[in-house]
Design a protein around this ligand. Structure first.
Ligand code: IPE
Ligand code: IPE
Ligand code: MG
Length: 241
């Protein structure tokens, strides 16, 4: 029996989130520049998106660039931004044909004008598709996301639009970039790191985690199936019995 046959298609997560980590180490082990690891990682993203879409998963959120990744050398940041731009351009052609919706989450104001324009184009091109929604976290930081949200709520209270007593969990979810998207049931982090690195802190309150030493460029369908299969065996209690 192959791995896919072990999956229970009636118990699929609606939303899978991935921290695409380990591109640099993957490249280093092969004597390649880090940028080669990022290119290989972009291919894995393409395949993962297509596979989850085919499976029937509704949302995939991927961590592509964090608010802390600006600490990296300029050459690496430039390579990553170039790759992201190409990915978005290419997606217009490839992913819309596969019925995928693309959205970028994160603080877009710090991205180049060229990337910002491409984001608007790609999002508009794919917005009427009905398949999986791919949320790409770009210049995303969960603390920054919550901070912007708190400011917005404070502003609404100040202007009299919202009463303090009416602030509830839904209000907070609604000021985050993921507004309207169900919380991820499953968060996958390859590369052997066991941390969230400022990713989806509010949304991950009851997520199931899946870790493995494999680096992101090597994260093939086999691992994806394993992660979902393991998720399906978990007993999610949400504080109950
Ligand atoms: C993830 O791979 C991609 C980004 C953070 C943009 P890394 O570049 O972090 O790879 P490692 O962790 O150094 O191997
Ligand atoms: C998390 O990976 C961010 C992305 C994958 C985009 P990092 O490589 O930046 O995380 P740390 O520094 O190891 O925590
Ligand atoms: Mg890393």
């Amino acid at each position: 029996m192959n791995a896919k046959e072990k999956l229970d298609l009636t118990k699929l997560p609606k939303h899978v989130a991935v921290i695409m980590d380990g591109n640099g180490r993957w490249a280093k082990r092969r004597g390649l520049p880090r940028s080669a690891g990022h290119s290989a990682g972009a291919k894995t993203l393409q395949d993962t998106t297509e596979y989850l879409n085919k499976m029937g998963v509704r949302y995939l959120t991927v961590y592509a660039f964090s608010t802390e990744n600006w600490k990296r050398p300029k050459a690496e940041i430039d390579a990553l931004m170039g790759l992201l731009l190409e990915y978005l351009k290419d997606s217009e052609r490839r992913l819309s044909a596969k019925n995928i919706v693309i959205k970028i989450i994160g603080d877009k104001t710090k991205l180049s004008q060229e990337i910002q324009k491409q984001i608007i184009k790609t999002e508009a091109m794919t917005q009427n598709n009905s398949g999986l929604t791919l949320l790409i976290a770009l210049n995303y930081g969960s603390r920054d996301e919550i901070l912007q949200g708190v400011r917005k709520i404070a502003q609404d209270v100040k202007s009299g639009k919202l009463a303090v007593e009416d602030i509830d969990e839904q209000c907070i979810s609604d000021v985050l970039y993921t507004k309207g998207v169900p919380d991820p049931e499953l968060i996958i982090r390859p590369s052997g790191e066991y941390r969230l690195s400022n990713y989806l802190l509010w949304q991950a309150a009851y997520s199931e985690f899946w870790f493995d030493n494999i680096c992101w460029p090597d994260f093939s369908r086999k691992y994806l199936l394993q992660a979902i299969e393991d998720y399906q065996k978990r007993n999610r209690r949400f504080g109950g019995v």
